[in-house]
Design a binder for this molecule. Structure first.
Ligand code: CDP
Length: 806
């Protein structure tokens, strides 16, 4: 080795592999305005479609008159449910086993529901056309409150289901009932409650909100009549699933459908499902023979495409006097709106809500979820969440604080007392999951030490005394959240979408000069996959990440995958990437052995190539192996160096974290200040620490928004009153607190690189931390639980109701 020979550290650094804070390669185009989004797609002769929407939440449609609209210059067609019936597309299946109107068929079931689709030469003409369509409605009584949906005299919403007392998930109790889902041991749980020394019971609501990505949902559909091929450019988090759905419902051969998801400006679960806009644009292109673009505006996005949450969770914990939990009982009333369009794996009507036992060793638990219809937009998507895990984490983390308050015990101490212990992993929860790995005590203690938890509690006592003496009008809250996530849907044994197992895939092709291309079934919406996926390959095969191009989102080129949502990309596709890379490496080893004239077993992998054991100078770099793969492979071996992996994970991964929020609230104005927010995440092996930090910052900002004000709210007659960014809280840099991030590393034992997902964690853990801080502050005034969102007005109202404000 001479002075110019790179050291092992230099060779490792040159790869920019796992663990490296590699800069995001996609930002080169994003920061220069060179991204290519759906609205950038402009095809020759392209038409524009837009919707006539219902002003009523519940009404019968008496008549649709399009005669004036068809006279508007530029308007070419007005599509209604009657038109769609001619091609059997008036209704479409949902991912949750329900059916949904594409365009209002006989009646409307929520405000802003799609009634007719106007196709015109440009967007302005389409808009003029919309205003000229005359719809005659006969208003019907609206059903807004989910708690009244199963009343005897409740208006029946879904006339198509009248008399069908069984749905996709079993028996229905009422015409407005969708399903009942129960898990756990009821008898054992009831027995635990019967002999409990201490019990708490609280109705904890997680209000309706919306993922509201910067870029709304949109598509361009283009049908080639000669070839009989349909190309769809769209904002799709799961392009292959969209292709299959289109093939099934439009009865087109799947190989004649090309789905392309170009750059996506945020998804957060909003872009998983299929929406009427996609169907109408596809029908319109087939009818007109011209490409048709549909782009949602902000109000349409907030009021008509999928909402999130709307879970009302009656939660009970049984415990001993010294704070050991002995049982958990939860009943959820789930408001699904007009159609059950939840984007959950098929068998899970309430997603993975049965992770509700959280990080605690509950000997027994029982859960029942009732899904109901109301006159609200359909959905129930996993907004930066792995299928109702956010709701579950909020439920248990709020309930643990309520129990601590009842026991007069510190909430951190209560958690430490009940955590699943490191030696209990793999841990079988009372509601049926097998947690892969965890070290909760270490994470919690690190958090408490870093923030000086004891010091903060002391300061809170002093502030409370000062408040009592009338020296301050501020109350201080400490909000702890210790969450366990379940991400990586998922194992084919329990997860599928429309019958397709939720595996994921990767194909890697190495070129002769030591560069390559990797394609996956996932689709980044801002998570930085182009950067991190190349890092996994770099470490696995010893080729610099810069030499690997990552391509996602084209169903013609990528292997079939189930897409990106619920932090499944790293647990599932990340594993497929490592497995495909290992296949490449195995073939590379055979080629190197042939070239170095040794047996394969005599070689060892050394950072960026293979070395003969005991003979360090006999080395062949991976770059040289790539060249050899195309000119001198061993006799009988096929040339080339490529591999595909379809990975069906054996289990989910269970990331976790310890968060703390320090907040001061002025009781006279309700104005809060987030003084400090600390977030410790454990997502196993960390691929790119900088990207993880970015994911945590983004997720915490969404959690802050949800907990402190963001809400899709309906008035008592079914009008959406938070349908634009004037009313729907979207924090800017001005309101967003400063985030402190930290980590521990507990690898997943079953994942090839030990990684767990992280993208959802800050939303899952953040919301309870904020809400617990508010509730901790108000507990001093005698309150047990204040419902989210905790905006200024509600804080002031709480202070007034508790007698702190005259
Ligand atoms: O499915 P989604 O991409 O939304 O979530 P994820 O799997 O949690 O990954 C989000 C981003 O964080 C990706 O770019 C991952 O590569 C990165 N990540 C990481 O660097 N290390 C981990 N252990 C987990 C995720």
């Amino acid at each position: 080795m001479n002075d110019l020979t790179p050291t092992r550290e230099q060779r490792t650094a040159a790869l920019e592999g796992m663990g490296c804070k590699r800069k995001r390669v996609e930002d080169i185009r994003f920061t220069q305005g060179k991204g290519n989004y759906v609205d950038d797609v402009k095809l020759p002769g392209m038409l524009h479609g837009d919707f006539v929407r219902s002003p009523h939440p519940h009404a019968r449609i008496k008549k649709i008159d399009d005669s004036a609209a068809l006279k508007v210059p530029g308007v070419l067609a007005v599509i209604t449910a009657e038109t769609l019936k001619t091609v059997n597309l008036a209704w479409m299946p949902t991912l949750a086993g329900d059916v949904q109107m594409v365009l209002a068929d006989g009646k409307v079931l929520f405000q802003n529901q799609e009634v007719a689709f106007v196709v015109a030469t440009d967007r302005y003409a389409a808009d003029d056309g919309i205003n000229a369509v005359v719809v005659e409605y006969e208003p019907l009584p609206p059903l807004v409150d989910p708690f009244k949906s199963m009343d005897k005299d409740a208006p029946v919403l879904r006339e198509d289901l009248v008399g069908k007392m069984s749905g996709a998930h079993g028996p229905r109790k009422h015409d407005n009932h969708i399903f009942e889902w129960t898990v756990g041991d009821k008898e054992l749980t009831d027995a635990a409650f019967n002999k409990a020394e201490v019990k708490i019971k609280e109705m904890i609501s997680y209000h309706r909100t919306h993922p509201s990505p910067l870029e709304t949902c949109q598509c361009v559909c283009s049908f080639d009549k000669i070839k009989g091929e349909l190309t769809i450019y769209g904002t799709f988090q799961a392009p292959h699933v969209i292709r299959t759905v289109v093939a099934l419902i439009a009865k087109l051969p799947e190989h004649k459908i090309h789905v392309i998801a170009p750059d996506i400006g945020g998804g957060f679960g909003n872009k998983v499902g299929a929406y009427p806009g996609y169907i109408c644009a596809a029908v319109a292109t087939i009818v007109t023979g011209k490409p048709v673009k549909w782009v949602e505006d902000r109000i349409e996005n907030l009021t008509a495409t999928s909402f999130a949450r709307d879970y009302h969770m009656t939660t009970e914990i049984a415990a001993t006097k010294d704070g050991k939990v002995t049982g958990l009982r939860v009943h959820v009333l789930a408001d699904h709106g007009a159609f059950d369009a939840c984007a959950d794996p098929s068998k899970w009507p309430a997603g993975f809500f049965n992770i509700v036992t959280g990080s605690y060793d509950f000997p027994t638990a029982h859960l029942a979820v009732d899904g109901v219809y109301t006159n609200k937009a359909p959905g129930g998507v996993a907004y930066r969440c792995s299928f109702r895990v956010t709701e579950a984490a909020y439920c248990i983390e709020r309930a643990m604080d309520i129990l601590a308050q009842k026991l007069n015990m510190d909430p951190a101490e209560l958690r430490l007392k009940n955590f699943i212990k490191p030696e209990q992993f793999p841990y079988h929860s009372a509601l049926g999951w097998e947690y892969d790995s965890g070290d909760y005590h270490t994470a919690m203690r690190k958090m408490m030490q870093t923030v000086d938890y004891a010091g903060l509690r002391k300061e809170q006592q002093e502030k409370r005394a000062a408040f009592a003496r009338g020296e301050t009008r501020e109350i201080m809250g400490l909000g702890i959240s210790f969450f366990t996530e379940i991400v990586g849907a998922g194992p084919s044994k329990n997860c599928d979408i429309l019958g397709i197992a939720m595996f994921d895939s990767c194909e890697i092709r190495m070129h002769p000069t030591g560069a390559g291309i990797a394609r996956m079934g996932t689709k980044s919406q801002g998570q930085g996959h182009e950067t991190t996926w190349a890092q996994i390959i770099a470490t696995e095969i010893g080729i610099p990440a810069d030499n690997i191009m990552v391509e996602e989102g084209n169903t013609d080129t990528a292997p079939y995958g189930l897409g990106t949502y619920g932090s499944r990309s790293t647990p599932v596709a990340g594993a497929a990437i490592a497995m495909a890379a290992r296949k490449i490496k195995a073939k590379a080893q055979m080629i190197a052995a042939y070239k170095l004239e040794v047996h394969e077993d005599d070689l060892e992998f050394d950072i960026d190539g293979f070395r003969v054991k005991g003979l360090p100078e006999k080395f062949m770099s991976m770059k040289d192996i790539c060249w050899a793969a195309y000119n001198s492979v061993p006799p009988g071996m096929e040339p080339g160096l490529e591999a595909v992996s379809y990975y069906d994970p054996p289990n989910m991964t269970y990331p976790f974290g310890a968060y703390l929020c320090v907040m001061d609230i002025d009781v006279d104005t309700g104005v809060y200040k987030v003084r400090r927010f600390y977030a410790l995440d454990d997502c196993g092996t960390r691929i790119n620490p900088m990207i993880i930090e970015g994911q945590v910052h983004g997720g915490l900002t969404e959690a802050f928004a949800i907990a402190m004000g963001q809400e899709i709210r309906y008035d008592e007659v079914g009008n959406v009153v938070t349908g634009s960014f004037m009313d729907f809280f979207m924090p800017t840099a001005v309101e967003t607190p400063h985030w402190e991030t930290d980590f521990t590393v507990t690898p997943s034992p079953h994942h090839p690189i030990g990684a767990k997902g992280v993208g959802e964690s800050p939303n899952v853990g953040g919301v309870p931390a904020f809400s617990n801080a508010v509730n901790d502050a108000f507990s001093f005034l005698g309150s047990t639980h204040i419902q989210m969102p905790h905006d200024f007005w509600r804080n002031w109202k709480a202070a007034k109701d508790l007698g702190a404000v005259a």
